[in-house]
Design a protein around this ligand. Sequence first.
Ligand SMILES: [Zn+2]
Length: 354
Amino acid sequence: MAEGSLFSFWHTKSQTFFFYLAISLTLNSTLTCLLTYIVYTSAKNYRTIAREYFEKLRWADGKIVCQKCGSNEKIYKIRDGAIYKCAKCRQQFTIKVGTIFEDSPLSLTKWFMAVYILTAHKKGISSIQLGKDIEVTQQTAWFMMHRIRFAIRQGSFEKPIDGVFEADESYFGGLEKNKHKDKRTAGTQGRNTKKKTAVFGIAKRGGDVFTTPIKNVKKSTLQPLIKNMIEKGAIVITDELRSYNGLSVDYAHLTIDHGKGEYVRGFVDTNTMECFWSLFKRGIYGIYHQVSPKHLDKYCNEFTYRFNTRRLVDTDRFTKTLGKTDGKLDWIGLTGKDKNWKAKNLTSSSVALP
Ligand SMILES: [Zn+2]
Protein backbone atom coordinates (compact mmCIF):
# COMPACT_ATOMS: atom_id res chain seq x y z
CA MET A 1 0.00 0.00 0.00
CA ALA A 2 1.11 3.52 -0.75
CA GLU A 3 1.06 4.74 2.83
CA GLY A 4 2.98 1.71 4.00
CA SER A 5 5.67 2.25 1.42
CA LEU A 6 6.06 5.88 2.47
CA PHE A 7 6.90 4.86 6.00
CA SER A 8 9.10 2.00 5.00
CA PHE A 9 10.94 4.44 2.76
CA TRP A 10 11.49 6.81 5.69
CA HIS A 11 12.64 3.92 7.75
CA THR A 12 15.16 2.81 5.15
CA LYS A 13 16.34 6.40 4.71
CA SER A 14 16.88 6.92 8.41
CA GLN A 15 18.86 3.70 8.60
CA THR A 16 21.01 4.96 5.72
CA PHE A 17 21.44 8.26 7.55
CA PHE A 18 22.70 6.64 10.74
CA PHE A 19 24.90 4.28 8.77
CA TYR A 20 26.65 7.19 7.05
CA LEU A 21 26.81 9.16 10.26
CA ALA A 22 28.51 6.25 12.02
CA ILE A 23 31.06 5.88 9.22
CA SER A 24 31.79 9.60 9.03
CA LEU A 25 32.35 9.78 12.77
CA THR A 26 34.68 6.81 12.61
CA LEU A 27 36.70 7.97 9.63
CA ASN A 28 36.61 11.72 10.32
CA SER A 29 38.14 12.36 6.92
CA THR A 30 37.42 14.01 3.60
CA LEU A 31 34.87 11.28 3.13
CA THR A 32 32.80 13.13 5.75
CA CYS A 33 32.21 15.96 3.30
CA LEU A 34 30.91 13.56 0.68
CA LEU A 35 28.73 11.76 3.19
CA THR A 36 27.31 15.01 4.57
CA TYR A 37 26.33 15.87 1.02
CA ILE A 38 24.59 12.50 0.61
CA VAL A 39 22.75 12.99 3.90
CA TYR A 40 21.76 16.50 2.83
CA THR A 41 20.34 15.26 -0.46
CA SER A 42 18.42 12.46 1.23
CA ALA A 43 16.95 15.02 3.65
CA LYS A 44 15.87 17.07 0.66
CA ASN A 45 14.28 13.99 -0.82
CA TYR A 46 12.19 13.42 2.30
CA ARG A 47 10.52 16.74 1.70
CA THR A 48 9.89 16.05 -1.96
CA ILE A 49 8.48 12.64 -1.17
CA ALA A 50 6.22 14.03 1.55
CA ARG A 51 4.99 16.78 -0.75
CA GLU A 52 4.33 14.48 -3.68
CA TYR A 53 2.57 12.03 -1.41
CA PHE A 54 0.32 14.76 -0.02
CA GLU A 55 -0.31 16.11 -3.51
CA LYS A 56 -1.60 12.71 -4.67
CA LEU A 57 -3.81 12.49 -1.61
CA ARG A 58 -5.27 15.99 -1.99
CA TRP A 59 -5.81 15.87 -5.71
CA ALA A 60 -6.28 12.21 -6.49
CA ASP A 61 -7.28 12.91 -10.10
CA GLY A 62 -4.01 14.78 -10.67
CA LYS A 63 -5.80 18.10 -11.18
CA ILE A 64 -4.26 20.59 -8.79
CA VAL A 65 -6.78 23.18 -7.64
CA CYS A 66 -5.68 26.80 -7.36
CA GLN A 67 -6.14 27.83 -3.73
CA LYS A 68 -6.53 31.46 -4.74
CA CYS A 69 -9.20 31.34 -7.48
CA GLY A 70 -10.38 27.71 -7.51
CA SER A 71 -9.33 27.03 -11.11
CA ASN A 72 -7.89 23.61 -11.93
CA GLU A 73 -7.23 24.22 -15.59
CA LYS A 74 -3.57 25.08 -15.82
CA ILE A 75 -1.29 25.01 -12.82
CA TYR A 76 2.47 25.27 -13.36
CA LYS A 77 4.97 23.79 -10.99
CA ILE A 78 8.00 25.91 -10.24
CA ARG A 79 11.06 25.44 -8.02
CA ASP A 80 11.11 21.67 -8.44
CA GLY A 81 7.40 21.52 -7.75
CA ALA A 82 7.62 23.21 -4.36
CA ILE A 83 5.50 26.12 -5.59
CA TYR A 84 2.45 26.10 -7.83
CA LYS A 85 1.50 28.94 -10.12
CA CYS A 86 -1.97 29.36 -11.53
CA ALA A 87 -2.17 30.37 -15.20
CA LYS A 88 -5.57 31.96 -14.70
CA CYS A 89 -5.01 34.29 -11.73
CA ARG A 90 -1.18 34.33 -11.92
CA GLN A 91 -0.99 33.73 -8.16
CA GLN A 92 1.45 31.38 -6.45
CA PHE A 93 0.71 28.96 -3.62
CA THR A 94 2.19 25.91 -1.92
CA ILE A 95 0.72 22.54 -1.04
CA LYS A 96 0.12 23.79 2.52
CA VAL A 97 -2.28 26.56 1.49
CA GLY A 98 -5.88 25.73 2.35
CA THR A 99 -4.91 23.09 4.92
CA ILE A 100 -4.17 23.03 8.64
CA PHE A 101 -0.48 23.31 7.69
CA GLU A 102 -0.93 26.76 6.12
CA ASP A 103 1.30 29.54 7.49
CA SER A 104 3.42 27.03 9.37
CA PRO A 105 7.18 27.35 8.88
CA LEU A 106 7.59 23.67 9.75
CA SER A 107 8.27 21.12 7.04
CA LEU A 108 5.58 18.69 5.94
CA THR A 109 7.77 15.84 7.18
CA LYS A 110 7.55 17.20 10.75
CA TRP A 111 3.83 17.67 10.37
CA PHE A 112 3.43 14.13 9.07
CA MET A 113 5.35 12.76 12.02
CA ALA A 114 3.14 14.77 14.40
CA VAL A 115 -0.03 13.50 12.71
CA TYR A 116 1.22 9.93 12.86
CA ILE A 117 2.33 10.10 16.48
CA LEU A 118 -0.78 11.85 17.81
CA THR A 119 -3.23 9.56 16.03
CA ALA A 120 -1.34 6.34 16.83
CA HIS A 121 -1.02 6.82 20.61
CA LYS A 122 -4.17 5.39 22.22
CA LYS A 123 -4.05 7.67 25.25
CA GLY A 124 -2.66 10.70 23.41
CA ILE A 125 0.76 12.25 23.88
CA SER A 126 1.90 15.28 25.86
CA SER A 127 3.08 18.33 23.95
CA ILE A 128 6.40 18.06 25.83
CA GLN A 129 6.94 14.53 24.54
CA LEU A 130 5.84 15.32 21.00
CA GLY A 131 8.14 18.37 21.01
CA LYS A 132 11.07 16.14 21.95
CA ASP A 133 10.13 13.48 19.40
CA ILE A 134 10.00 15.80 16.42
CA GLU A 135 12.42 18.45 17.70
CA VAL A 136 10.20 21.47 18.10
CA THR A 137 9.43 23.52 21.21
CA GLN A 138 6.64 22.46 23.55
CA GLN A 139 4.55 25.49 22.55
CA THR A 140 4.91 24.64 18.88
CA ALA A 141 3.94 21.03 19.55
CA TRP A 142 0.92 22.22 21.56
CA PHE A 143 -0.32 24.36 18.70
CA MET A 144 0.39 21.62 16.14
CA MET A 145 -1.67 19.17 18.18
CA HIS A 146 -4.58 21.59 18.32
CA ARG A 147 -4.44 22.00 14.55
CA ILE A 148 -4.53 18.23 14.15
CA ARG A 149 -7.45 17.99 16.59
CA PHE A 150 -9.19 20.59 14.47
CA ALA A 151 -8.70 18.38 11.40
CA ILE A 152 -10.22 15.36 13.13
CA ARG A 153 -13.08 17.26 14.74
CA GLN A 154 -16.50 15.68 14.95
CA GLY A 155 -19.13 17.01 12.64
CA SER A 156 -22.71 18.00 13.15
CA PHE A 157 -25.28 15.36 12.39
CA GLU A 158 -28.17 16.50 10.29
CA LYS A 159 -29.73 13.13 9.72
CA PRO A 160 -30.73 10.94 12.64
CA ILE A 161 -29.56 7.34 12.33
CA ASP A 162 -31.09 4.00 13.13
CA GLY A 163 -29.84 0.98 15.12
CA VAL A 164 -29.00 0.07 18.72
CA PHE A 165 -27.48 2.89 20.74
CA GLU A 166 -25.92 3.47 24.12
CA ALA A 167 -26.21 6.94 25.61
CA ASP A 168 -24.19 7.83 28.68
CA GLU A 169 -22.71 10.76 30.54
CA SER A 170 -19.45 11.10 32.42
CA TYR A 171 -17.66 13.74 34.45
CA PHE A 172 -14.22 15.20 34.07
CA GLY A 173 -12.41 17.09 36.78
CA GLY A 174 -10.98 16.34 40.23
CA LEU A 175 -12.90 13.80 42.31
CA GLU A 176 -14.19 15.38 45.49
CA LYS A 177 -13.23 12.34 47.57
CA ASN A 178 -9.61 12.65 46.46
CA LYS A 179 -9.35 16.27 47.48
CA HIS A 180 -8.15 17.47 50.86
CA LYS A 181 -11.06 18.03 53.29
CA ASP A 182 -10.59 21.81 53.22
CA LYS A 183 -11.01 21.92 49.47
CA ARG A 184 -14.10 19.80 49.18
CA THR A 185 -17.35 21.49 48.35
CA ALA A 186 -19.48 21.53 51.52
CA GLY A 187 -22.16 18.88 51.89
CA THR A 188 -21.19 16.79 48.90
CA GLN A 189 -19.90 13.53 50.45
CA GLY A 190 -17.41 13.38 47.61
CA ARG A 191 -20.05 13.04 44.90
CA ASN A 192 -20.38 16.63 43.87
CA THR A 193 -20.58 17.16 40.15
CA LYS A 194 -20.84 20.94 40.24
CA LYS A 195 -17.10 21.46 39.90
CA LYS A 196 -16.70 18.96 37.10
CA THR A 197 -17.44 19.20 33.44
CA ALA A 198 -19.96 16.74 32.08
CA VAL A 199 -19.41 14.99 28.76
CA PHE A 200 -22.20 13.25 26.94
CA GLY A 201 -21.65 10.34 24.61
CA ILE A 202 -23.67 8.25 22.18
CA ALA A 203 -22.34 4.97 20.80
CA LYS A 204 -23.87 3.07 17.93
CA ARG A 205 -23.39 -0.65 18.51
CA GLY A 206 -20.78 -1.85 16.06
CA GLY A 207 -20.28 1.72 14.85
CA ASP A 208 -18.97 5.07 15.92
CA VAL A 209 -19.02 7.07 19.10
CA PHE A 210 -20.01 10.72 19.33
CA THR A 211 -19.06 12.85 22.34
CA THR A 212 -19.54 16.44 23.40
CA PRO A 213 -19.04 18.48 26.59
CA ILE A 214 -22.38 19.63 28.03
CA LYS A 215 -23.41 22.38 30.44
CA ASN A 216 -25.41 20.04 32.68
CA VAL A 217 -27.07 16.62 32.63
CA LYS A 218 -30.64 17.90 32.71
CA LYS A 219 -33.34 16.33 30.59
CA SER A 220 -33.56 19.54 28.56
CA THR A 221 -29.88 19.16 27.59
CA LEU A 222 -29.60 15.42 26.99
CA GLN A 223 -32.83 14.57 25.22
CA PRO A 224 -32.53 17.07 22.33
CA LEU A 225 -29.03 15.66 21.64
CA ILE A 226 -30.44 12.13 21.50
CA LYS A 227 -33.38 13.19 19.32
CA ASN A 228 -31.12 15.05 16.88
CA MET A 229 -28.93 12.04 16.35
CA ILE A 230 -31.07 8.97 16.71
CA GLU A 231 -33.97 8.02 14.48
CA LYS A 232 -37.32 7.47 16.21
CA GLY A 233 -38.06 3.82 16.92
CA ALA A 234 -34.41 2.88 17.51
CA ILE A 235 -33.24 1.05 20.64
CA VAL A 236 -31.63 3.37 23.19
CA ILE A 237 -29.88 1.98 26.25
CA THR A 238 -29.06 4.30 29.16
CA ASP A 239 -28.46 4.11 32.89
CA GLU A 240 -31.15 5.05 35.41
CA LEU A 241 -30.48 8.81 35.39
CA ARG A 242 -33.84 10.58 35.62
CA SER A 243 -32.98 12.89 32.73
CA TYR A 244 -33.61 9.96 30.40
CA ASN A 245 -37.19 9.49 31.64
CA GLY A 246 -39.70 9.87 28.84
CA LEU A 247 -37.43 8.58 26.09
CA SER A 248 -39.76 5.61 25.74
CA VAL A 249 -42.26 7.83 23.92
CA ASP A 250 -39.99 7.91 20.86
CA TYR A 251 -37.66 4.96 21.40
CA ALA A 252 -37.43 1.42 22.67
CA HIS A 253 -35.77 2.70 25.84
CA LEU A 254 -33.95 0.13 27.97
CA THR A 255 -32.14 0.95 31.19
CA ILE A 256 -29.42 -0.65 33.22
CA ASP A 257 -29.24 0.16 36.92
CA HIS A 258 -25.62 0.90 37.75
CA GLY A 259 -26.72 2.10 41.20
CA LYS A 260 -27.82 -1.45 42.04
CA GLY A 261 -24.65 -2.95 40.66
CA GLU A 262 -26.26 -4.12 37.43
CA TYR A 263 -23.97 -3.79 34.39
CA VAL A 264 -25.18 -6.34 31.86
CA ARG A 265 -28.60 -7.83 31.25
CA GLY A 266 -28.61 -9.82 28.03
CA PHE A 267 -27.60 -7.32 25.33
CA VAL A 268 -28.55 -4.42 27.58
CA ASP A 269 -25.39 -2.66 28.69
CA THR A 270 -23.51 0.57 28.11
CA ASN A 271 -20.15 -1.15 27.78
CA THR A 272 -19.10 0.55 24.52
CA MET A 273 -19.44 3.93 26.23
CA GLU A 274 -17.81 2.62 29.42
CA CYS A 275 -14.90 1.39 27.34
CA PHE A 276 -14.58 4.81 25.71
CA TRP A 277 -14.79 6.69 29.04
CA SER A 278 -12.09 4.54 30.56
CA LEU A 279 -9.72 5.21 27.66
CA PHE A 280 -10.59 8.91 27.67
CA LYS A 281 -10.01 9.19 31.43
CA ARG A 282 -6.71 7.36 31.32
CA GLY A 283 -5.57 9.81 28.64
CA ILE A 284 -6.88 12.96 30.29
CA TYR A 285 -5.57 12.13 33.78
CA GLY A 286 -2.49 10.14 32.79
CA ILE A 287 -1.13 12.03 29.79
CA TYR A 288 -2.67 15.50 29.75
CA HIS A 289 -3.11 15.71 33.57
CA GLN A 290 -5.42 18.70 33.34
CA VAL A 291 -7.66 19.94 30.61
CA SER A 292 -9.51 23.22 30.95
CA PRO A 293 -13.27 23.03 30.30
CA LYS A 294 -12.67 25.53 27.47
CA HIS A 295 -10.55 23.02 25.55
CA LEU A 296 -12.35 19.81 26.56
CA ASP A 297 -14.26 19.66 23.26
CA LYS A 298 -10.95 19.39 21.39
CA TYR A 299 -9.90 16.42 23.49
CA CYS A 300 -13.33 14.88 22.88
CA ASN A 301 -12.52 15.14 19.17
CA GLU A 302 -9.09 13.58 19.58
CA PHE A 303 -10.19 10.59 21.65
CA THR A 304 -13.37 10.03 19.68
CA TYR A 305 -11.49 10.04 16.40
CA ARG A 306 -8.96 7.49 17.61
CA PHE A 307 -11.73 5.36 19.09
CA ASN A 308 -13.74 5.44 15.88
CA THR A 309 -10.72 4.50 13.80
CA ARG A 310 -9.50 1.84 16.26
CA ARG A 311 -9.92 -0.94 13.71
CA LEU A 312 -7.55 0.73 11.25
CA VAL A 313 -3.85 0.04 11.31
CA ASP A 314 -1.77 3.10 12.23
CA THR A 315 -0.61 3.83 8.69
CA ASP A 316 -4.18 3.73 7.33
CA ARG A 317 -5.32 6.02 10.12
CA PHE A 318 -2.46 8.35 9.23
CA THR A 319 -3.53 8.51 5.57
CA LYS A 320 -7.17 8.98 6.55
CA THR A 321 -6.17 11.87 8.81
CA LEU A 322 -4.11 13.56 6.08
CA GLY A 323 -7.22 13.40 3.94
CA LYS A 324 -9.03 15.54 6.52
CA THR A 325 -6.54 18.37 6.73
CA ASP A 326 -8.47 20.82 4.56
CA GLY A 327 -9.33 24.00 6.43
CA LYS A 328 -7.35 26.33 8.56
CA LEU A 329 -7.09 26.88 12.29
CA ASP A 330 -5.47 30.10 13.38
CA TRP A 331 -4.61 31.37 16.80
CA ILE A 332 -7.77 33.44 17.12
CA GLY A 333 -9.85 30.43 16.21
CA LEU A 334 -8.11 28.26 18.76
CA THR A 335 -8.17 30.67 21.64
CA GLY A 336 -11.75 31.69 20.91
CA LYS A 337 -11.15 35.41 20.60
CA ASP A 338 -13.39 35.57 17.55
CA LYS A 339 -16.80 34.47 18.81
CA ASN A 340 -18.21 33.80 15.35
CA TRP A 341 -15.39 31.46 14.48
CA LYS A 342 -17.03 28.30 15.82
CA ALA A 343 -20.25 28.94 13.94
CA LYS A 344 -18.32 29.56 10.75
CA ASN A 345 -15.99 26.62 10.98
CA LEU A 346 -17.51 23.79 12.91
CA THR A 347 -20.66 23.14 10.95
CA SER A 348 -19.33 20.88 8.22
CA SER A 349 -19.29 17.21 9.03
CA SER A 350 -15.91 15.57 9.16
CA VAL A 351 -16.56 12.40 11.12
CA ALA A 352 -19.61 10.69 9.70
CA LEU A 353 -21.50 8.09 11.64
CA PRO A 354 -22.15 4.97 9.58
ZN1 LIG B 1 -5.83 30.81 -9.66
